[in-house]
Design a protein around this ligand. Structure first.
Ligand code: PBG
Length: 332
């Protein structure tokens, strides 16, 4: 009798799933604390304030920032990304608060560097937190200007580099900004300040809670579709990434993440460059709010979602759940 070893009943796929330790042994994808970047919202003052649409996420007052975030950093997250809630009276059409060396982001960078010298500081480069129009670029006659915005971004980036930022992350989607930023940084001697390009950033409905968190939601009179990408496109994302890498990006990002796993996969496969994904506020909120409503188990759902992003090819994830996941990894 000829026994077929390649199919049932000899071949039983469930065998490798039969024990927790065995499932660990054959797991193809792993989540590690090193994969996590934690976005932090900062505001004036010394308290913390809730963000209604982002359960479990708060804004930290600058005056007690280091103490307040310390318990969340003790798990060993490698880097944090800073986002300011700028007071309304500091928002203008020319966005000059963006290059004020004493703005919230610069003060936070200095405070965190002092208390946590071994944690990387990532600063967003874009004008929206400082812009009375809520847009990422300078607005004239209801149009977002490209080249004038890039000039402003250069000023913002140099100010952040001067404050001690390690990685500048342009999230503005203006054309040509990576090359201009690299040139300006090198010219001023910031040769080790890295650029993480939000290379493929889509015009997404999933940024809603973030805009509440930084207070830019109310201002937007028109959408961001003339600069952020159309969700229908994938080849265009590859062209954006190619340009940013050519212009000097050290790493690239795809954003959002869960709804764009195909983009993460294609970008990583084609360029083999450090590729990050941002689990944006709306993606996090979907899970956190469903958890709160008792519709699913938040810890399990977050784990599965982050694993999916890694499986697609991301080298790291910007995620509001970074401390929660890091704690889970630490505790085994
Ligand atoms: C703005 C910026 C946005 C996010 C990061 N940087 C919002 C936007 O483009 O409107 C979104 C992050 C999130 O939703 O968590 N330059």
């Amino acid at each position: 009798m000829i026994i077929d070893h390649s199919s049932y009943p000899a071949r039983r796929m469930r065998r490798n799933r039969s024990q927790p330790w065995l499932r660990r042994m054959v797991a193809e994808t792993h989540l590690s604390i090193d994969d996590l970047i934690w976005p932090i919202f900062i505001e004036e003052g010394s308290g913390t304030s809730e963000i209604k649409t982002l359960p479990g996420v708060v804004r930290y007052g600058i005056e007690r920032l280091a103490d307040a975030v310390a318990p969340h950093l003790k798990w060993g997250i490698p880097a944090v990304a800073l986002f300011p809630f700028t007071p309304e009276n500091k928002k203008t059409a020319s966005c000059e608060e963006a290059w004020n060396p004493d703005n919230l982001v610069c003060r936070a960078t200095r405070a965190l560097k002092k208390s946590f010298p071994n944690i990387g500081i990532i600063c967003d480069v874009a004008l929206d937190p400082y812009n009375s129009s809520g847009h990422d670029g300078l607005v004239k006659d209801n149009r977002v200007l490209n080249d004038e915005t890039v000039d402003a971004l250069v000023k913002q980036a140099l100010t952040q580099a001067q404050a001690g930022c390690d990685i500048l992350a342009p999230s503005d989607m203006m054309d040509g900004r990576i090359g201009r930023l690299r040139q300006a940084l090198d010219h001023k001697g910031f040769i080790d300040t890295a650029l993480m390009a939000y290379a493929a950033k889509y015009a997404s409905a999933f940024y809603g809670p973030f805009r509440e968190a930084v207070g830019s939601a109310g201002a937007l009179a028109f959408d961001k579709k003339t600069y952020q990408m159309d969700s229908a496109n994938t080849d265009e994302a590859l062209r954006e990434v190619a340009l940013d890498l050519d212009e000097g990006a050290d790493m690239v990002m795809v954003k959002p993440s869960l709804l764009y796993l195909d983009i993460i996969h294609r970008v990583k496969k084609k360029f083999r460059a450090p590729t990050f994904a941002y689990m944006v506020s709306g993606e996090y909120a979907m899970i956190a709010l469903a958890d709160k409503a008792g519709a699913l188990n938040g810890d399990a759902a977050l784990w599965e979602a982050h694993l999916a992003i890694k499986r697609a090819g991301a080298d790291g994830i910007l995620t509001y759940a970074a401390p929660r996941i890091a704690e889970r990894i630490s505790k085994g």
